[in-house]
Design a protein around this ligand. Structure first.
Ligand code: MSP
Length: 520
C-alpha cells in the first residue's frame, strides 16, 4: 500500500482587533476550497487558521474599549470561529497566539536563535505603523510619509531592540527562490520579492521594550522585552504543526519531532500585503533555527469596493455574513471564488454578486430542477437503464480542466469549467427536447438515453461543485440517491441505473433585490 499524501495548508492568523470581512473570508474560503479538493482526492489534510492576538494594535483596541486585551481576544476569537462555521470552513485547528503551547513554542524558537548566535542587541530608530505592525525605513515611506501598505500615519521610534541577523540569509533566500520557480506564486509577486532582494537585506528587529508594549511574549533571554508581534505570529504555523515539543525544548532538544510533525507547511495562503513577512522574514527565521522552509506561498490579490479601497473609516467594508444570511453560504463562497482570478485584484459590487448568484440559480439550480423533475414525471423518479448519449466529451473536458486548473491554483478556472458543463447540459436539454420525446412512444429509448445522460452529468457536477458549494451539493447528493458527495473518480464511475431521484425546492431560490443596501 502506498503512503497517503499529506497536505498542510494555512491561512494567515487574523488580528483579533476587528470583525471578519470579505478580505479575510476570501483567504479562508480559498484555503477551504483547496483543502476540500485535496480531501476529495484522498489526501490527508491539516487545515490551520486562527487569530493573531498580541501586539500594539490589540493593546490599543482593548484600551479603547476599556477591557483587558485577553477579554477582547476571547470575544474576537469566538467571532472568527462563528464566522468560519457559518461560511462552511472545514478547518482542523484554530490557533490563538495567547495559548500556552504557542507561547512555549515561541520561547523555544527564540532561545534557539539566541543559542545559535542569530540575535544581537542594538538600537532601533525608524518608523512604525501600528495598523500593520510593521517597521519602515525613511525610504519606504515615500513622499507622503505614510505607511506604504495602509497609508496611515506612522510613528517615530528609537529604542533598544534585539535584532535577528536576517541579512546573513539573503543569499540563501535568493537561491531558494531561484531554485524553486513555483515557491512564490503568482510569478508577478515572486518577481517583486526578487527585486526587493536586489537591495541589501537589513536585520530584523524582533523585540519591543515592555516599557512601551507589555502585551506580548517575553524574550527568554531578556524579560524586559516582548517578541515583535510578526515573529510571534509567524511561529503559529510551527506551533500547530507539532514540530517543536516545548516541554523538551531546551537547547537543541525538542526540535527532533519535525519528521513526525506536519512541518513544513505545503502552502501558506496570504494576501499580497503580507507577502514580505511570509517570504522574507519567515523563511530566513526558519533558516536561522535550522528548520525547513514552507513548500509554497500563494499571494492573492485585494478586494476593493467598486473602485475604492475597503476601509472602516470609509464605511464600505463588505460583511460576508450579511450576504450569507440573504443568499446562503454557498452563494458567498461561489462569488468570491469565481469572481477573483487567483492572484489578481477584484472589485466587489452588488451587481456582480447578483450576476454570479443568478448564474448559480439559472444554470446549475435550473438544470437540477429540470432534470430531476423530468425523471420524476416521465419515469416515476427512477433513472432508466440506458447508455448515455451525448455530453461525454463535455464531461471529460470539465474534469480535465478542473483538475489541471486546481493543480495550477487557478481555482476560478476550475469552477468556470464546472459551470460550463452545467451550461452544456442545459443546451443538451434544449436540443434533445425530452418533452417531445415523451410524447412519442417510438422515441422511448431516446428519452431513456436523455434522462440517463442527465443523471450521470448531475453526479459529476455534484462532485465538481462540492469544494465550493458544500451545502447544496450535499443536498444534491441526497436528491440523487447517493450516500454522500462522491469523489471525482467515483462520480465518473457511478452507475445511476435504477436510482430513485427526489425533487425539491430550488437549490438557489430567487432573492429580492432590496438586500443590496444592507450588505455594507
Ligand atoms: N495578523 C496578520 C497576519 C499574520 S499571519 C502570520 C494580518 N492579519 S489581517 O487580519 O490584517 O489580515 C489577514 C489577511 O486578510 C491577509 O491575507 C490580507 O491580505 C487579507 N485581507 C485583508 N483585507 C483584504 C482585502 N480587502 N482583500 C483581500 N484580502 C485582504 O495581516
Amino acid at each position: 500500500m502506498g503512503t497517503i499524501e499529506r497536505r498542510f495548508l494555512t491561512t494567515p492568523i487574523y488580528y483579533a482587533s476587528g470583525e471578519p470581512h470579505i478580505g479575510h473570508a476570501y483567504t479562508t474560503i480559498l484555503t477551504d476550497v483547496l483543502a476540500r479538493f485535496h480531501r476529495q482526492d484522498g489526501k490527508d489534510v491539516f487545515f490551520l487558521t486562527g487569530t493573531d492576538e498580541h501586539g500594539q494594535k490589540i493593546q490599543d483596541e482593548a484600551e479603547k474599549r476599556g477591557v483587558e486585551p485577553i477579554e477582547l481576544c476571547d470575544v474576537m476569537a469566538e467571532r472568527f470561529k462563528q464566522a468560519w462555521d457559518r461560511l462552511g470552513i472545514s478547518y482542523d485547528r484554530f490557533i490563538r497566539t495567547t495559548e500556552d503551547q504557542h507561547k512555549a513554542t515561541v520561547t523555544a524558537f527564540l532561545q534557539r536563535l539566541w543559542d545559535r548566535d542569530q540575535i544581537y542587541e542594538g538600537t532601533y530608530s525608524g518608523w512604525y505603523c501600528v495598523s500593520d505592525e510593521r517597521y519602515w525605513t525613511e525610504k519606504d515611506l515615500g513622499e507622503d510619509r505614510t505607511c506604504p501598505i495602509c497609508g496611515r500615519e506612522v510613528t517615530y521610534v528609537e529604542e533598544k531592540n534585539y535584532f535577528f541577523k536576517m541579512s546573513e540569509w539573503q543569499d540563501a533566500l535568493v537561491k531558494q527562490i531561484q531554485d524553486n520557480p513555483d515557491w512564490i506564486v503568482p510569478e508577478i509577486r515572486k518577481n517583486e520579492i526578487l527585486s526587493f532582494l536586489k537591495q541589501p537585506l537589513g536585520d530584523l528587529s524582533i523585540s519591543r521594550p515592555k516599557s512601551r508594549l507589555s502585551w506580548g511574549i517575553d524574550l527568554p533571554f531578556d524579560r524586559d522585552h516582548v517578541a515583535y508581534v510578526w515573529v510571534d505570529a509567524l511561529i503559529n504555523y510551527l506551533t500547530a504543526s507539532g514540530a517543536i515539543d516545548p516541554s523538551r525544548a531546551d537547547g537543541e532538544q525538542g526540535f527532533e519531532d519535525v519528521a513526525l510533525s506536519w512541518w513544513p507547511a505545503d502552502m501558506h495562503l496570504v494576501g499580497k500585503d503580507i507577502l514580505t513577512t511570509h517570504s522574507v522574514y519567515w523563511p530566513t527565521l526558519l533558516m536561522g533555527v535550522g528548520l525547513p522552509v514552507p513548500r509554497q506561498i500563494l499571494a492573492h490579490g485585494w478586494w476593493v469596493v467598486g473602485e475604492t479601497k475597503m476601509s472602516k473609516s470609509l464605511g464600505n467594508v463588505v460583511d460576508p455574513l450579511m450576504l450569507r444570511d440573504t443568499f446562503g453560504t454557498d452563494a458567498v463562497r461561489w462569488y468570491l471564488m469565481r469572481e477573483m482570478p487567483t492572484g489578481a485584484d477584484a472589485s466587489y459590487t452588488p451587481e456582480r454578486f447578483l450576476a454570479r448568484y443568478d448564474e448559480l440559480a439559472n444554470v446549475l439550480g435550473n438544470l437540477v430542477s429540470r432534470s430531476t423533475s423530468m425523471i420524476n414525471k416521465y419515469r416515476a423518479g427512477l433513472v432508466p437503464d440506458a447508455a448515455s448519449n451525448g455530453l461525454d466529451p463535455e464531461v471529460d473536458h470539465a474534469l480535465e480542466s478542473a483538475r489541471s486548473a486546481i493543480e495550477r491554483l487557478k481555482v476560478h478556472d476550475a469552477f468556470a469549467a464546472a459551470m460550463d458543463l452545467a451550461r452544456a447540459a442545459n443546451v443538451y436539454i434544449e436540443e434533445r427536447k425530452p418533452w417531445a420525446q415523451a410524447k412519442d412512444p417510438e422515441l422511448a429509448t431516446e428519452l431513456d438515453e436523455t434522462l440517463a445522460t442527465l443523471a450521470r452529468v448531475l453526479v459529476v457536477l455534484c462532485a465538481l461543485f462540492q469544494p465550493v458549494a458544500t451545502e447544496k451539493m450535499h443536498e444534491l447528493a441526497l436528491r440523487l440517491g447517493l450516500d454522500g458527495v462522491p469523489t471525482l473518480e467515483k462520480a465518473v464511475a457511478e452507475d445511476m441505473t435504477g436510482k430513485r431521484l427526489a425533487t425539491g425546492d430550488p437549490l438557489f431560490p430567487r432573492v429580492h433585490p432590496e438586500w443590496m443596501d444592507k450588505t455594507t
